[in-house]
Ligand binder design. Structure first.
Ligand SMILES: NC(=O)c1ccc[n+]([C@@H]2O[C@H](COP(=O)([O-])OP(=O)(O)OC[C@H]3O[C@@H](n4cnc5c(N)ncnc54)[C@H](O)[C@@H]3O)[C@@H](O)[C@H]2O)c1
Length: 474
């Protein structure tokens, strides 16, 4: 291995996984166990010290928020949160000072001192250590999520962090253990759980409309190949580096979160084991070669295949239901966040849009029938905040609905809709899929991050039944 390649791996923080262990399509038939640290971590058993599911932390009348990482995603979050009553944006941290200043400029209302932390790559620690924050909102690249979240919780802050919460089994456990130890919430910002069709199907499932759930499917399919090589799009080409170093489903939670809620995963059910398969890399290496011809910095990516275009993972739950997840960010095809539910009585599918529902094997319901169903089954949270969320926006409104509910729960001392067990179990599919792909699609156990508490944990409140719910717009 050349010096350049070694230093790239070291710099990218991705040494030790993926490229180093040869989990690419070059190695189709497993000869010896690969990435075995993942399997070993996945089979370790821990016990719970405190159950964060359903835990209501003390009320926080004004939630003082500090943001870390305000690139594309984080700066939009600053704008959204500045429009929620009971929020004070006290700090914004980014290693790129211009990004922090831009994000501050997106604040829409008064009462947000927004001190900037931009001195160096560790300045976020200073923000976490200060007493003027209740919530640290993290939207950096993936490799920093767990470290930042754990440090923030240890400093007594609740955490909201972008997807995925972590990229290793160890870090998923560390998030759980830190949240339990500190009694601080660790909410992974899986916005798809707040999309309108997903919430409708969740409510339908809870009312028994689908009967028993036989099978669910979810996906993140988005052609962002060009953007991998665009310095303007993401900090330090972090998404390209991930796809060069790891082969599996790197972004499982958009597809998985909503179907796990339908299947009551961590709240009456759990994911037991999974297996995963990746297609060959048909495009990324070719693109890297084209880019390397124009720009030497991409040569390191042109040496061998990167992550296969398509990853398919299959998961079995304790209830006997199956989940099929897909991930493809490089093939030229229409965008899809597939959300499919197949029950003993009814069926639902979103993507292609609009979402459709069928009862039995007959045709999908007509648009008039869909309207009637929506009138009857739209959950309370959508009735309360859905229209406003559409006006403020963020992926059609789901981003705002998610942020609003996060603040609502913190202000009113309510349990979180998505807790640390959801963050860990939805994210862990990433590293587990890497192991399975590297080992000929062999099955691997999904850790039970609740340590058995899933049997008694209750589903979250989508009807805003708790009378205290009152956070609103500024
Ligand atoms: N939920 C969604 O729909 C959605 C959509 C897009 C992105 N995301 C997630 O949001 C996160 C960020 O994605 P993005 O597209 O905004 O990436 P980005 O590269 O635009 O933003 C990341 C920011 O983190 C900053 N950063 C890097 N190191 C830092 C450090 N040490 N201290 C402080 N700041 C640091 C960078 O300067 C950059 O501004 C990712 O986890 C991604 O998966 C989620």
């Amino acid at each position: 291995m050349g010096t350049n390649r070694r230093s790239f791996l070291k710099l990218s923080g991705l040494a030790g996984i993926g490229l180093m262990t040869g989990c690419t399509q070059e190695n189709k038939a497993p000869t010896t166990a690969k990435l075995d640290h993942i399997r070993l971590e996945a089979t370790k058993k821990y016990s719970s010290t405190f159950n964060m599911s359903g835990y209501a932390a003390p009320k926080i009348p004004t939630v003082r928020v500090g943001f870390i990482g305000v690139g594309n995603r984080g700066s939009a979050a600053v704008e959204r949160l500045s429009q929620i009553e009971g929020v004070a944006i006290n700090g914004i941290c980014d290693v790129r000072p211009e990004k922090a200043a831009e994000a501050k400029g997106r604040i829409k209302t008064g009462g947000h001192p927004a001190q900037l932390y931009t001195e160096n790559a560790a300045h976020w620690k200073k923000m976490c250590e200060q007493a003027d924050y209740d919530l640290v909102y993290i939207a950096t690249h993936w490799q920093l999520h767990a470290e930042m979240a754990i440090y923030a919780m240890e400093q007594g802050k609740h955490v909201a962090l972008e997807i995925p919460a972590a990229t290793s089994v160890e870090d998923c456990w560390r998030l759980v253990q830190t949240s339990e130890k500190t009694k601080k919430h660790c909410v992974m910002l899986e916005n798809c759980c707040y999309d309108y069709f997903e919430l409708l199907t969740l409510n339908l499932a809870r009312h028994g409309f689908f009967g028993d759930i036989v099978h669910c499917e979810g996906a993140y399919i988005h052609d962002i190949l060009e953007s991998f090589f665009d310095a303007e799009k993401r900090f330090d080409f972090w998404r390209l580096k991930e796809n060069a170093a790891r082969n599996g489903n790197l972004y499982p939670t958009h597809g998985l979160g909503p179907v796990c809620q339908v299947l009551k995963v961590n709240r009456g059910n759990r994911m037991e084991y999974m297996s995963s398969m990746s297609s060959k890399d048909f495009m990324l290496q070719q693109k890297a070669k084209e880019m390397a011809a124009k720009d030497k910095q991409f040569e390191v990516y042109a040496e061998k295949p990167l992550r296969g275009n398509m990853n398919i993972s299959n998961i079995l739950t304790h209830s006997g239901s199956t989940i099929m997840l897909q991930h493809d960010v490089s093939s030229p095809r229409p965008y899809s966040r597939l959300h499919l539910i197949s029950g003993t009585k009814a069926f639902a599918q979103k993507y292609p849009l609009p979402g459709k529902i069928a009862i039995g094997h007959a045709d999908f319901l007509s648009s008039e029938e869909m309207v009637k169903l929506e009138q009857q089954y739209t959950p309370g949270i959508v009735k309360r905040i859905g229209e406003l969320a559409k006006q403020i926006g963020g992926h059609g409104g789901m981003d705002f609905m998610m942020d609003w509910r996060l603040i609502d729960c913190l202000r009113n001392g309510l349990p979180m809709d998505m807790d640390v067990y959801d963050a860990a179990s939805w994210s862990v599919i990433g590293p587990l899929s890497e192991w399975s792909v590297a080992n000929g699609s062999q099955p691997i156990e999904v850790p039970d991050f609740t340590c058995g508490n899933w049997k008694n944990n209750k589903v979250h409140d989508i009807d805003l039944a708790a009378a205290e719910t009152q956070a609103a717009l500024s």
